[in-house]
Ligand binder design. Structure first.
Ligand code: ADP
Length: 221
């Protein structure tokens, strides 16, 4: 479902962010992407969303050959991808349920579907009793759960979690990774970018390490 073939990315200032990267991630996998600051992790994600195009090589996502996908059609691809960010990116003036419903409204989903789907995904992430709370009334872990409900609501094929535990204490972080793994067991592919080696060691699984733009490790640990 995700494939990079000999991909290189050079930014206009000459920075070589990815160098001859080839990798393949099948449907239903859970993959950790690790690497230090400046390794090329964000560049890899930007490629998958077609925010940028490779200078060389081929990028395939969910059956789309991104090299041939017009920039103005990229929203179709992004709709099938859910995101979870380090800083949650919730709208503070909206309740948990409004934050989740917002995604469906923006794609003109039927009102009845929104009414059923939103409480369902919020209960999946353990927030059944907090749907009317604003982000400011929720803990960091709970806010991240709202973000996960938002990522899930449109039934994505792929979830990209970019340092999802970066702002959370260790116990809450474990819970969030557990939840991501549970989502994965239900069939959604999950890519989790992290620099927390301890989590990777604990949970194990396929890990792709990037260093200075190259894949230097791709195996199960
Ligand atoms: P990571 O996410 O692993 O920290 P990035 O993908 O952001 O790494 O960056 C990889 C390399 O590309 C770094 O050397 C960085 O300085 C460079 N880079 C990233 N974004 C840009 C940009 N927009 N313009 C120029 N160079 C960039």
């Amino acid at each position: 479902m995700i494939e990079l073939r000999n991909v290189s990315v050079v930014y206009p200032n000459g920075a070589e962010a990815l160098k001859d990267v080839s990798l393949k991630i099948n449907d239903g996998e859970f993959v950790f992407i690790v690497g230090g600051s400046g390794a090329g992790k964000s560049t890899l994600i930007k490629l998958l969303l077609k925010e940028i195009s490779p200078n060389e090589g081929l990028v395939l996502v969910n059956g789309f050959n991104l090299n041939n996908l017009k920039k103005n059609k990229a929203h179709k691809l992004r709709r099938k991808i859910g995101f979870v960010f380090q800083d949650f990116k919730l709208i503070n003036s909206m309740t948990a349920e409004e934050n989740v419903a917002f995604v469906l409204r923006s794609i003109d989903a039927p009102v009845k579907w929104i009414r059923n789907r939103v409480p369902y995904v919020l209960s999946l992430v353990g927030l059944k009793d907090k749907v009317k709370r604003y982000p400011g009334e929720l803990s960091g872990g709970e806010q991240q759960r709202v973000a996960m409900a938002r990522a899930l609501v449109n039934d994505p094929m792929l979830i990209i979690a970019d340092e999802p535990t970066g702002n959370l204490d260790p116990t809450t972080s474990w819970e969030i990774i557990d939840l991501l793994q549970e989502i994965n067991r239900c069939g959604t592919t999950v890519l989790m970018v992290t620099h927390e080696h301890e989590f990777v060691r604990h949970f194990g699984g396929r890990t792709i390490k990037i260093n200075e733009g190259r894949v230097v490790f791709d195996d199960y640990i």
